[in-house]
Design a protein around this ligand. Structure first.
Ligand SMILES: Nc1ncnc2c1ncn2[C@@H]1O[C@H](COP(=O)(O)OP(=O)(O)O)[C@@H](O)[C@H]1O
Ligand SMILES: [Mg+2]
Length: 440
């Protein structure tokens, strides 16, 4: 059969028939012929099955590639209005408005947006200058936006939470591996148990990077080690067992913030929006509360760019490819406090995981940053300092060690990831400088 099969692949057919006749008697040949036909049929059937499988596989891969962004790349090349780039395209610089001289007001820190209301957050429009030095939100506007969670407040929360006993672990913090911890005094925190170590690392390092940048829109965080016999966890030892939480694992606790609501992408960053830049005519007419939210969005974009966190704005806009109403929906991992402040939760995709999959998401992070040319002055100042001194790694590690006794157990950025962080700081700094030149 092997010989026959190899011959049947040979050409021309006439030669094959002659060879058969010479080598085999007629009866044997008939038998062989039957066998051959049966074989051909079996082979044809196999071939047919193979083709069908390949077709099904191709169709599946095509659909999946679309989901993974290959379709987006194709769209981007054709500049369809649904492309990510088109969504976030900045208009070319036109004439520059006259920027009156700065009228600085001291930026203060407060808690959770309450000062902001008394400072005029509810005013219907903004009369003083809105942008200073070309690309910075005015200091008077910043004055209305005290830090949502100051370092002092976060530090006091950490000190307190470390000594509290957990009396219940309940649902209420997302996926089953997260738990809402209720403490003996009635206070609460979200516990994140990492299936892989990089989750708690990403969450924690992102939190401290935000602190380093002076971005106070993340709920206070503290690390804790799961000690089933220790004071903090003993009362919920059985629950921990049922959850299959490994003893001695390091988990993150984040302060539970009551009364959260959803947050959507603001107009300038939506489909068809022109991006957030100083020349937008409509900014001045916006109610102050909306301007303050845009100011927080500036920080959000800068922060998610640095951490390469795809699990917020980037993924929301990315979804537009198959869900044209994606930007009408709440952005994942973003909430508003009752005081109207943006709250960036679930930052575990930042820095570690985000850097690992950077190749896939970088163009989207870059596109989002490309849509932003207005910055909070303090954030830009701190980025510029980290750029100049090239000490992002050392400062982040020092801050972590200072505040977290469990820092050595958590681990830190690898050399490669520390380099990526520094290079993203450089990129953000350069982007801010380019905006300054453009809108000077
Ligand atoms: N610190 C918090 N304060 C209040 N609610 C929270 C907090 N963290 C998480 N939640 C609630 O849990 C939900 C899921 O949180 P998230 O951390 O994104 O979980 P997941 O890991 O499942 O994505 C949030 O949408 C919010 O309702
Ligand atoms: Mg989440």
């Amino acid at each position: 059969m092997v010989a026959l099969r190899s011959r049947s692949c040979a050409r021309p057919e006439v030669k094959i028939k002659a060879a058969h006749d010479r080598l085999f008697p007629r009866g044997v040949l008939r038998l062989l012929e039957k066998e051959r036909m049966r074989g051909d049929f079996a082979r044809a059937l196999t071939l047919l099955l193979l083709c069908t499988s390949v077709c099904v596989l191709c169709a599946w891969i095509a659909a999946d590639c679309g989901l993974l962004g290959l379709r987006a790349v194709g769209h981007a090349r054709r500049d369809s209005p649904k492309t990510f780039r088109a969504l976030l395209a900045l208009p070319a610089a036109q004439g520059l408005p006259a920027v009156p001289s700065a009228t600085p007001g001291k930026t203060q820190s407060g808690a959770n947006g309450t000062h902001a209301q008394s400072r005029g957050r509810n005013a219907t429009s903004w009369s003083p200058e809105l942008i200073q030095d070309g690309v910075f939100w005015s200091e008077r506007l910043e004055y209305l936006l005290p830090c949502a969670f100051t370092e002092e407040r976060a530090s006091a929360w950490r000190d307190g939470v470390r000594g509290r006993r957990v009396v219940a672990l309940e649902p209420g913090c997302g996926r089953p591996s997260n738990r809402l911890a209720v403490f003996a005094d009635g206070s609460r925190a979200c516990v994140r148990y990492g299936i892989s170590a990089e989750q708690v690392q990403g969450e924690t390092l992102s939190y401290y990077l935000a602190t380093l940048l002076g971005i106070g829109n993340l709920p206070p965080l503290a690390l804790s080690r799961l000690e089933p016999t220790g004071d903090q966890w003993a009362a919920v030892r059985d629950n921990m067992g049922a959850l299959q939480w490994r003893a001695t694992s390091v988990v993150s606790l984040t302060e539970w913030i009551p009364g959260l609501s959803g947050a959507v992408v603001p107009g300038p960053l939506r489909q068809g929006g022109e991006g957030l830049h100083p020349l937008r005519e409509d900014l001045r007419a916006k109610p102050v509360a909306e301007l303050l939210e845009l100011l927080e969005w500036s920080d959000l974009i800068a922060f998610d760019f640095l951490t390469a966190n795809f699990d917020r704005l980037a993924s929301n806009l990315f979804s537009l490819q198959w869900d044209s109403r994606a930007t009408d929906r709440n952005v994942s991992n973003l909430h508003k406090t009752p005081g109207g402040r943006l709250l960036l939760i679930d930052n575990e995709a930042g820095l570690v995981h985000g850097y690992r999959v950077l190749r896939m998401w970088d163009r989207y992070h870059a596109a989002v940053l490309g849509a932003l040319c207005v910055f909070r002055r303090e954030t830009a100042r701190r980025v510029s300092r980290l750029h100049r001194l090239r000490d992002a790694r050392e400062r982040l590690q020092a801050l972590l060690r200072e505040n977290e006794p469990l820092a050595p157990e958590l681990g830190f950025l690898s050399d490669e990831h520390a380099r990526i962080l520094q290079s993203r700081i450089d990129l953000l700094h350069e982007h801010i400088q380019r905006c300054r030149e453009k809108y000077r």
